[in-house]
Design a protein around this ligand. Structure first.
Ligand code: SF4
Ligand code: SF4
Length: 204
């Protein structure tokens, strides 16, 4: 009769609230600061934020970033700095999504989206190039590659979490936007848990 007790346990679960979802048909809401696939940002005028300084590559504990900087062409500069990253690659077979690269970047050029659903059928696809990582120069939105599972709205908050990073760790900066607006999105709202956020222009 002990097996009947087993059935009873199973039967009772039918009336419990379901805690799983039929993934991937249905995705659960992602946490505000989930670390996903990186993007390389641009300024509002389309210029690339990356100045090829290689700090992100230097800090990466998984050695998965390869950057090479070059002097900007004087007649057609790529970035506002002296130099730009003419080679930029991230190897997603190695990345552990720690975001130290994001913390290290002096210009806020590299940020992470929340999109982590990407799988490859060859190793070359796992190495994202600068062209693939750069946001679209017109829309300012991440390029959505064929093997990536982007759903509606997942391009939002691509760099939103950066805005919670207090300059120099000073808590009095909490809630203040310390970074310029994103191409394609403008200034984003504060995250849950942050105090009411004002843009530097609104503060004046
Ligand atoms: S998230 Fe971490 S492991 Fe991935 S590229 Fe950045 S520093 Fe390297
Ligand atoms: S992404 Fe940032 S840290 Fe990395 S090379 Fe470009 S400017 Fe430097």
């Amino acid at each position: 009769m002990s097996y009947l007790k087993g059935f009873l346990v199973t039967f009772r679960q039918i009336f419990q609230k379901r805690v799983t979802t039929p993934y991937p048909e249905e995705k659960r809401a992602k946490p505000e600061r989930l670390h996903g696939r990186h993007v390389l940002g641009r300024y509002e005028d389309g210029m690339e934020k990356c100045i090829g300084c290689e700090l992100c590559a230097g800090v990466c504990p998984a050695n998965c970033i390869y950057v090479r900087g070059a002097d900007n062409p004087t007649d057609n500069p790529v970035s506002p700095g002296e130099r730009y990253g003419f080679v930029y690659e991230i190897n997603y077979l190695r990345c552990i999504h720690c975001d130290l690269c994001v913390e290290a970047c002096p210009t806020g050029a590299i940020t992470e989206s929340k999109m982590f659903e990407f799988s490859f059928t060859n190793r070359n696809d796992a190495i994202y190039t600068r062209e693939e990582l750069l946001v679209d120069s017109e829309s300012g939105k991440p390029k959505q590659l064929p093997w990536e599972d982007w759903r509606e709205g997942e391009d939002l908050d691509t760099s939103g979490w950066l805005r919670a990073t207090s300059p120099n760790g000073d808590a009095s900066y909490e809630g203040q936007i310390a970074w310029s607006g994103d191409l394609g999105y403008g200034i984003r709202k504060a995250e849950i848990g942050q105090s009411d956020t004002k843009t530097p222009e609104e503060e004046q």
